[in-house]
Design a protein around this ligand. Structure first.
Ligand code: NAP
Length: 293
């Protein structure tokens, strides 16, 4: 059952921190906030939040404290001050960073007696408080489970594992997917644009292709996990010819061909290594090998 009387604290009231605090308030949680620039708390205070006078006071107020600031350095500056006591607090850091920073922060916080989870917000502020907002957590499962129902006020919350670095790693993996898909879409949009097709006309088709490719992932993942890549649908040496078309069309249209060339260069290397008769996911060896680029 979701206990809405659990007191919570949010430290850091940028765009994301304000959204997090607002979601806790809307769910009925007594919410204490603190921000370096205190005026950013004004509208939250008007909605019922309590503005703590100091970071130390804010930490004492909630049975759970969310920290959401620009980066880990800002978190250390805030929580590392002598007068701030972390012992017996539960801290969830939703500031973005990499996995090494997350593991270092976990050691740092645990040495000071805190129960620490690292997290990653895979969402934009307007979606916080809805199921659309996916928020990932990693660190000790009992700490997550103790606060799972409270965290549910923020969105769809998930625990990934005990390794504190996992949330950041998933964050980076998700970003890789996002930027790669967007670049692929922009390449096609630029190509069709040269033929007078506008972006809005291409977008529904591109969306259909992206959704179709997404359907392949579970089967391809099985091939990667088993280390066996039979060409059940098509072989890499067949697919590489379609990559040539991407380069030729881009060059003929006079647009940037860097992305198609990169895609083909990786496939060429896999073919040169003897994988031409296998299926596309065999390229995992290109991605998993150090020193390629
Ligand atoms: P933001 O609007 O720029 O706010 C940054 C926050 O960090 C402010 O509260 C700021 O305090 C505080 N801060 C920065 N340096 C500080 C320092 N040295 N000491 C004390 N406080 C400091 O950023 P945001 O959009 O809220 O993002 C916060 C985190 O969430 C980032 O790590 C971001 O990557 C992550 N995130 C954001 C989004 C998004 O769509 N916005 C999505 C996913 C993840 P002041 O107000 O006093 O400047």
């Amino acid at each position: 059952m979701n206990r809405t009387d659990t007191p919570v604290t949010v430290i850091g009231l940028g765009l994301m921190g304000q959204a997090l605090a607002g979601a806790f308030l809307r769910a009925g949680h007594p919410t204490t906030v603190w921000n370096r620039t205190a005026s950013k708390a004004d509208h939250l205070v008007a909605e019922g939040a309590r503005l703590a006078p100091t970071v130390g006071d804010a930490l004492k107020a909630g049975s759970l404290t969310i920290v959401c600031v620009t980066d880990y350095q800002a978190m250390y500056e805030l929580l590392g001050a002598n007068e701030v006591q972390l012992a017996d607090t539960t801290l969830i850091n939703l500031s973005s960073g990499d996995s090494a920073q997350a593991r270092d922060a976990a050691r740092w916080a645990e040495e000071r007696g805190a129960h620490y989870l690292d997290g990653a917000v895979m969402a934009i502020p307007p979606t916080i408080g809805t199921a659309e907002a996916v928020i990932l957590h990693s660190g000790p499962r009992p700490v997550f489970e103790a606060h799972e129902s409270t965290l549910g006020a923020l969105g769809t919350v998930t625990h990934l594992g005990a390794d504190h670095g996992l949330a950041s790693l998933y964050d980076v993996a998700g970003l890789t997917m996002m930027w790669s898909v967007l670049n692929a879409w922009l390449q096609g949009t630029a190509l069709l644009g040269m033929a007078g097709v506008d972006a809005a006309t291409y977008a529904p088709f591109a969306r259909q292709i992206a959704a179709g490719v997404a359907e392949w992932l579970p089967g391809y993942a099985q091939q990667i996990d088993s280390g066996s890549f039979p060409a059940e649908v098509s072989a890499l040496e067949t697919e590489v010819r379609t990559m040539e078309h991407m380069i030729e069309e881009s060059e003929a249209a006079g647009i940037n061909a860097e992305l198609p060339k990169l895609i083909k260069a990786m496939a060429d290397r896999a073919i040169a290594a003897g994988h031409g008769g296998e299926q596309y996911p065999v390229l995992i060896e290109e991605f998993g090998t150090p020193g390629n680029g």
